[in-house]
Design a binder for this molecule. Structure first.
Ligand code: SF4
Length: 210
């Protein structure tokens, strides 16, 4: 895909949604970190349901530690893999307090050293909490990038590297959200809604049913 097309795709996604953000509900970098950690292999809706009850009780590393692993697991038991996630959240909170003064660190290295935090979670936190131009590639972005040929790649890392390299500067901070939302609501996995897609004429998906 050439640069002019890429630019036009982002321009249209931006015009349709000038201020995109995550669908996870959060009020601080810490809440975002925990919500992203909980959202692995779970929907944002299921995470929000649990955290609406959890955060009023514990929304700092110290409060989470005081709550304890068992009580935390009880709050999040409707989310997949909740036992492992409860363990990781508690271990993460301990490190935040011991090494980072109770704050969420702003570097990839420090974030990825936290239990349960991989490259994707670090990218989301750096981007959404701290405004860094990282692009976390999830299943939706991977699909959209490959179908459209915006940034084709055989694995998430290749797609991420291409998106970071080829996304025009003006769109880098918000690209992550535009592409996720486009994949979640329009360019769906089983049945992309190409007839209602605002970038259909630019998309290079050979199988688009137009
Ligand atoms: S035209 Fe179809 S395949 Fe291409 S981005 Fe839109 S929904 Fe996805």
């Amino acid at each position: 895909m050439n640069a002019a097309k890429r630019e036009e795709i982002y321009r249209r996604l931006r015009d349709a949604n000038p201020h995109p953000t995550t669908e996870l509900e959060y009020d601080s970098p810490f809440e975002l970190l925990i919500s992203v950690l909980l959202s692995a292999q779970a929907t944002d809706v299921s995470v929000n349901k649990a955290t609406r009850l959890l955060y009023p009780v514990a929304n700092t590393p110290a409060a989470m530690l005081a709550l304890g692993e068992e009580a935390l697991a009880n709050f999040i038991k409707t989310i997949g893999l909740y036992k492992t996630k409860a363990k990781n959240v508690i271990a993460t909170c301990r490190i935040l307090l011991e090494k980072h003064g109770g704050e969420v660190p702003q570097t990839r290295e420090a974030l990825e050293a936290l239990p349960g935090v991989g490259r994707k979670t670090a990218n989301v936190v750096l981007n959404t909490a701290f405004g860094q131009p990282t692009i976390a590639v999830d299943t939706h972005i991977f699909r959209v990038a490959n179908r459209t040929r915006l940034a084709p790649g055989k694995d998430v890392r290749e797609v991420e590297d291409k998106l970071v390299k080829f996304t025009p500067k003006a769109f880098q901070v918000d690209a992550h959200h535009w592409l996720i939302l486009h994949g979640r609501y329009v360019c769906k996995a089983r049945k992309p809604e190409c007839q209602h897609c605002i970038i259909a004429d630019l998309c290079e998906y050979p199988a688009k049913p137009l």
